[in-house]
Design a protein around this ligand. Structure first.
Ligand SMILES: [Zn+2]
Length: 317
């Protein structure tokens, strides 16, 4: 899922901070070779949140391969994955996180192939719900998914000519993990870093503090290219990460300015800060602002009564 796309067309949009590339054209349902031993199959679940649909990846050049992010419970995508696998055996299904556009099809693919599922863990929120708080994104979580293999940060699973290492990247969800294909410079960045838009960070499942720490963590790595959960590759990961970091800091500054200028409520801030964003994403944008406010309240820059919430009143700290 993504947040704050700036334009509705498919031309790259540029801000001072980060350049998003929305020129990706998916081949829905078809396996597209994108690197040696890597194929991408994009599901037909396009939406404002999923861009052109969820990307599933088949990894391996041998007779036994791995699948990353099987996708949503979707008949056509299941058939497409089975057709793409052909006679090859599937040994592992890696799941980046438990949103309904990424993990639910794992169950059917596992039943059909006998592969083991691999993930950081089952779905959980980044923090407990506050009294009276309703989780607005509860519907997007796949709470049924339980991995066969719980992969610790840095754990590597070796397959038939491939090795995938878990790189825990919480923030979008608490259990979010990227996967590095050893020896290639390829990182499957899932929903943590995507070329077309910044990811949504929505409390209580998401955490802005965790997200920023995960951006810093990837900056310490020297991956060559990212293949994300939605849209095309991130071809210059390090400069893109630095742009994302700047983008988030600018967003943070914009929120602080709105509050110092007299705004007290999140909807007031969203209307101005996200003026150029598709209104269908304004609910998600409000959660992104809340994620920043949680961080700003914790750091003492903003004050509010009780825990930060969507309906709370905010004032300078
Ligand atoms: Zn997601």
């Amino acid at each position: 899922m993504a947040d704050d796309t700036r334009t509705e067309d498919s031309t790259p949009s540029t801000a001072d901070d980060v350049t998003f590339d929305r020129a990706f054209v998916p081949a829905h349902g078809t396996a597209v070779p994108i690197a040696t031993g890597v194929e991408r199959i994009t599901c037909g679940n396009a939406s404002p949140f999923t861009f052109t649909g969820t990307n599933s990846y088949i990894v391996g050049s041998g007779s036994t391969v791995a699948l990353i992010d099987p996708g949503p419970e979707d008949d056509a995508h299941f058939e497409a994955l089975m057709q793409a696998l052909g006679p090859r055996k599937l040994s592992h299904i890696f799941v980046s996180h438990t949103h309904r556009d990424h993990s639910p099809l794992a169950r059917r693919v596992k039943e059909a192939t006998g592969a083991l599922t691999v993930a950081e863990g089952p779905h959980r929120a980044a923090r407990p719900l506050h009294a009276g708080e309703v989780n607005p994104f509860a519907e997007s979580a796949d709470t049924d998914f339980i991995p066969d293999i719980v992969a610790a940060d840095g754990a590597t699973i070796d397959g038939d000519g491939w090795s995938l290492t878990s790189v825990h990247t919480p923030g979008h969800t608490a259990n979010h993990s990227a996967f590095a294909l050893e020896g290639t410079g390829i990182l499957f960045s899932a929903d943590h870093v995507m070329a077309w838009a910044t990811t949504i960070v929505a409390p209580p499942d998401g955490s802005m503090g965790d997200f920023m720490a995960s951006v810093e963590k990837l900056l310490t790595r020297d991956d060559r290219i990212y293949f994300p959960g939605h849209g095309g590759p991130v071809t210059e990961p390090r400069s893109f990460l630095r742009g994302l970091r700047t983008h988030r800091r600018m967003r943070e500054r914009a929120i602080l300015e709105r509050i110092r200028g007299g705004d007290r409520l999140i909807p007031e801030m969203v209307k101005v800060i996200y003026a150029s964003t598709d209104v269908r994403l304004h609910g998600a944008a409000a959660l992104s602002v809340l994620a920043h406010l949680e961080d700003l309240v914790e750091k003492g820059f903003v004050a509010t009564d009780g825990p930060p919430s969507l309906v709370g009143e905010y004032r300078p700290g």
